[in-house]
Design a protein around this ligand. Structure first.
Ligand code: PMP
Length: 472
């Protein structure tokens, strides 16, 4: 018996799609269970690789889902978690007790790493809970400083800010609003900056009066700035890897400051090195009032989220008997998760992981551009830090649709690499620490799959079960 089969005996021998008890995620379970069987379960991670129950290896160019920025099998993080779990696995942070030392140590390390001006941190357990906490905090802040009419929270059309009802209402994904609605009141969405027609984005025209931000600011004015509590943005859009222009973020910052609106950066996806800086806020130099983190905060080794704020925001609470921020969940600031986050942050900093991620991204983009050069399938290879977006074209030269990308993903997985895709792009986000030979394997394998692709291949039945096998 191998170690792999020993660890998975129960779930493998009892596998039956009809009675399978585990219900997860966004994908329909029928599809998940029909697509792959018990042998396809991932049972181990090693560096940038996942290993299934049969010993097949797949390079994880999704980093879980943007979590595993340091890769799998990190002994330092596992040890830190183990020690904390043995010493003191839980302390309640909802009552009068002091927090456990590791939570305070991590809070200090996080604000030291964050952009200047960010000084306090509240922990949650997920990114959605961090967004939810930031919404409630923004309303509490406005009430406490006497601006009681400011209740509305604004975000960009099409944005994703999480999966709880409040986080979903914050996000601008109308399909989710329709499906799970009615949504709570007090949320509004404004158009994305019109970058394609912006003279400053196009040729840097610094004197242009109308920029991509003009429409956004006009929409905010129309909503009535005296009603607005906060504006949420992702400084780099996760689904495309496209940064919001610096000049737009500066204009938005000025607008929010002028009208007493909190500017919130949702860095749940971008935080911890993905975009080539520790935080995407560093790219534009714009400091928000509030930042939300999760995912790679623990490098994927535990569940933790965080809301980090300025002294100005913190200082609006606890000034009277009715101005506390009385909102928390019992597992917030979980000590084992904080231990994982502290060990992960040490690794990010001491191993210069952000620079490693940038070099990895450059190498991957270069190898893909070379391997696909001249192919009519190649739209563009875009790279920002450790995020590479591969824009592909169909036979008519139009942006590749979701069925084509789904097909490519399944083929890549059979060939030994896990890729991700969104309506915007094929998203390549391997661990930042992925070594050059693995980057080479990823680029060569993906390019081979893309070059061999024929549109007539897109046949849902080829995405069926037993054909899904990794790379030995
Ligand atoms: N905000 C953004 C930008 C995200 O990408 C996500 C997760 N995809 C969330 C919030 C929600 O985070 P979580 O899945 O940890 O709840």
């Amino acid at each position: 018996m191998t170690a792999d089969s020993r660890t998975t005996t129960d779930s493998r021998t009892t596998f039956d799609p009809a009675t399978h008890p585990f219900w997860h995620g966004f994908a329909p379970m029928g599809f998940v269970l029909g697509q792959a069987g018990p042998d396809d379960m991932w049972v181990r991670g090693e560096g940038s690789w996942l290993v299934d129950a049969q010993g097949n290896r797949c390079l994880d160019a999704r980093s879980g889902i943007g979590n595993m920025n340091l890769g799998y099998s990190r002994e330092d993080i596992a040890q830190a978690m183990y020690q904390q779990a043995r010493e003191l696995p839980f302390v309640c942070t909802m009552r009068w007790e002091q927090a456990v030392p590791v939570a305070v140590d991590y809070a200090r390390a996080l604000v030291d790493a964050a952009p200047a001006g960010i000084t306090r941190v509240r922990f949650t357990h997920t990114g959605s809970a961090a967004v939810e906490s930031a919404v409630l905090m923004a309303r509490g802040y406005q009430r406490n400083v006497g601006r009681r009419k400011k209740r509305t929270v604004v975000a960009l059309d099409g944005s994703f800010h999480g999966s709880t009802l409040t986080a979903m209402a914050t996000g601008g994904q109308r399909i989710l609003h329709r499906f799970f609605g009615p949504m709570p009141e007090g949320f509004a969405h404004v158009p994305l900056p019109a970058m394609a027609s912006c003279p400053r984005c196009r040729d840097g025209a610094s004197t242009a009066e109308a920029t991509c931000g003009s429409g956004v600011l006009a929409a905010l004015r129309e909503l009535g700035p005296d009603q607005l509590a906060a504006v949420f943005v992702e400084p780099v859009k996760g689904v495309s890897g496209v940064p919001l222009p610096d000049h737009f973020l500066r204009e938005l910052r000025e607008f929010c400051t002028a009208h007493g609106i909190l500017l919130v950066f949702d860095e749940v996806f971008t935080g911890f090195g993905r975009t080539g800086a520790m935080f995407a806020a560093e790219l534009s130099g714009v400091t928000p009032d509030v930042m939300c983190f999760a995912k790679a905060i623990t490098a994927g080794y535990a569940a933790l989220g965080a809301v980090a704020v300025t002294d100005e925001v913190y200082g609006a609470f606890d000034i009277s008997s009715t101005s506390a921020f009385s909102h928390a969940s019992s597992t917030d600031a979980h000590p084992v998760a904080c231990a994982a986050a502290l060990a992960a942050l040490r690794a990010y900093q001491e191993e210069d992981v952000v620079a490693q991620g940038r070099a990895m991204g450059v190498r991957l983009a270069h190898a893909l551009s070379e391997a696909l050069s001249g192919s009519p399938r190649l739209g563009a290879v875009r790279q920002l830090g450790a995020y590479v977006g591969l824009d592909l074209l169909d036979d008519e030269g139009r942006p590749a649709g979701m069925p084509m990308k789904r097909h490519l993903e399944a083929r890549c997985r059979r060939a030994g690499v896990l890729i991700d895709y969104t309506p915007d792009t094929v998203m390549l986000i391997p661990p930042l620490t992925t070594p050059p030979q693995d980057v080479g394997f990823l680029a060569a394998t993906l390019a081979e799959v893309v070059l061999a692709f024929r549109e007539s291949d897109v046949d849902e039945s080829t995405l069926r079960p037993a054909t899904l096998r990794g790379h030995r």
